[in-house]
Design a protein around this ligand. Structure first.
Ligand code: 5AD
Ligand code: SF4
Length: 446
């Protein structure tokens, strides 16, 4: 094929890192099949919107965006909807948006080039079968970021949290073979990266038939050139003593865990079918902190779950205070069709104003704790990995091992490098820093 024949593709991604990783796989597949990636939809021959279904709001955004595409896409272009919303709504999307010709769920990307060809020939297709063997092992992802690599190690989910659409959109849990993951980690190092983030819906329940998550952490951490190893998101119940030991004993494993709590109330946790109590969650936190000094913790919390009383919510507030999260992603409950939480009686519904008020109080509580801790960290020294230009001020954006976001002056040649910095200021959430050279303490002279 000559260059003039190459087609162009534009991919837009919503939702979690698993979706970003899927987009990287799709782009890898399509570039291998003769497509060039373009940064805007207007000129693209193929537009793919990789969607999220986790909350109503995420879907509304996508529907709005699809409407916009109608005016922006060039004549003859193919518009496809992929990901979780495609899986959830299937052919309904084709009915609701006549200019969409492809709807492909998360297990259907293998046929992407052929499906696009048939769409170009005028066919409209829905591909939403689950494929429990599918890990796209022969795809070579085209990564969007150059400093850290997202590596899926597990697809789907076997938990049945009552609010969650993911088991419906991503199907049952299955893990990649450890050897396949390690092969990808080697390729990542060869491409010049030294940080990997292992991805899975409940990543620490990883089991490939022979190896568990502890084996995986040790094996990835042992790949020469891997300096930072992270994973997201774990489930509290899958932090076995072996996994915690492997974290503590693998130097590359960073001192940060994103540990979804969802609620601090036993009653709500039971109704969410989270399978742990407040006490068990706090015990898990304590065990992690005992094993990994300086561990930072972030979390996900839902407010306004059906039946959540003011007393339940105050348990969430107090649990958040007790843990002292470094950050929290907080959400108002959003009912998802077909999930068990939609079957609670109408009288359990929490009014939107009440949920909004709780959300604001929760955010204020988490922020005031993290602000205080962040001001306390000023003057301390950290190793950072420079990730990208910051959005403002001509600065660079970097991360500490414990997931602090740090802005510092410097030129772009520092991207991808490790530096020692001293924290000089904070907005309360992010930091300003200056580079320092580590020197041995001067000998005390007489
Ligand atoms: N409503 C609100 N938040 C939700 N999450 C998952 N499902 C819902 C829902 N129906 C949140 C959880 C999860 C995060 C990714 O999104 O906190 O951990
Ligand atoms: Fe990711 Fe869940 Fe959204 Fe799917 S529904 S994109 S798995 S957050």
């Amino acid at each position: 094929m000559t260059d003039t024949q190459r087609s162009t593709v534009y991919i837009e991604t919503y939702g979690c890192q698993m979706n970003v990783s899927d987009s990287e796989l799709m782009l890898g597949k399509l570039t291998a099949c003769g497509y060039d990636s373009v940064p805007q939809p207007d000129t693209a021959d193929v537009i793919l919107i990789n969607t999220c279904a986790i909350r109503e709001h995420a879907e509304q955004r996508v529907m709005g965006r699809l409407g916009e595409m109608k005016n922006r896409m060039k004549r003859g272009a193919v518009l496809g909807v992929t990901g979780c919303m495609a899986q959830r709504l299937g052919a309904q999307i084709l009915e609701r948006a006549r200019h969409v010709s492809l709807v492909i769920g998360p297990d259907g990307y293998r046929e992407l080039p052929e499906l696009i060809d048939s769409a170009r020939a005028g066919l409209r297709t829905t591909a939403t079968e689950f494929d429990l063997e599918e890990h796209y092992e022969d795809f070579r992802p085209r990564r969007f970021e150059g400093v850290k690599a997202w590596i899926p190690v597990q697809r789907g989910c076997d938990y049945r949290c009552t609010y969650c659409i993911v088991p419906t959109t991503r199907g049952p849990e299955r893990s990649r073979q450890l050897a396949d993951v390690i092969r990808e980690v080697h390729a990542v190092v060869e491409s010049g990266m030294s940080e990997v983030v292992l991805l899975g819906q409940t990543v620490n329940s990883y089991f490939d038939g022979r190896h568990g998550f502890a084996d995986l952490l040790r094996a990835v951490g042992a790949v020469p050139g891997i300096r930072r190893l992270r994973f997201t998101s774990p489930h509290p119940n899958d932090f076995s003593p072996e996994v915690i030991r492997a974290m503590a004993e693998t130097p590359a494993v960073c001192e940060h865990v994103h540990l979804p709590m969802q609620s601090g109330s036993d009653r709500t946790l039971r109704r969410m079918l989270r399978r742990y109590s407040r006490e068990k969650y706090l015990e898990c936190v304590a065990e992690l902190r005992r094993a990994i000094p300086g561990l930072a913790l972030t979390t996900d919390i839902i407010v306004g779950f059906p039946g959540e009383t003011e007393e339940d919510f105050s348990e969430t507030l107090s649990a958040a205070q007790e843990v002292g999260f470094d950050d929290a992603y907080t959400f108002k409950f959003s009912p998802r069709d077909g999930t068990p939480a939609t079957r609670f009686p109408e009288s359990d519904r929490v009014a939107d104003e009440v949920a909004s008020d709780r959300l604001a109080r929760l955010i204020a509580t988490v922020r005031s704790g993290s602000r205080e801790r962040n001001f306390g960290a000023l003057g301390q020294r950290y190793e950072v990995l420079v990730e990208k230009p910051a959005r403002r001020g001509g600065l660079l954006q970097a991360k500490t091992r414990d997931f602090k976001t740090v802005m510092l002056p410097g030129d772009q040649s520092l991207i991808g490098k490790y530096l020692m910095v001293e924290l000089t200021g904070t907005t309360g959430s992010t930091f300003l820093a200056r580079q320092v050279t580590e020197r041995l303490p001067l000998p005390i002279s007489a």
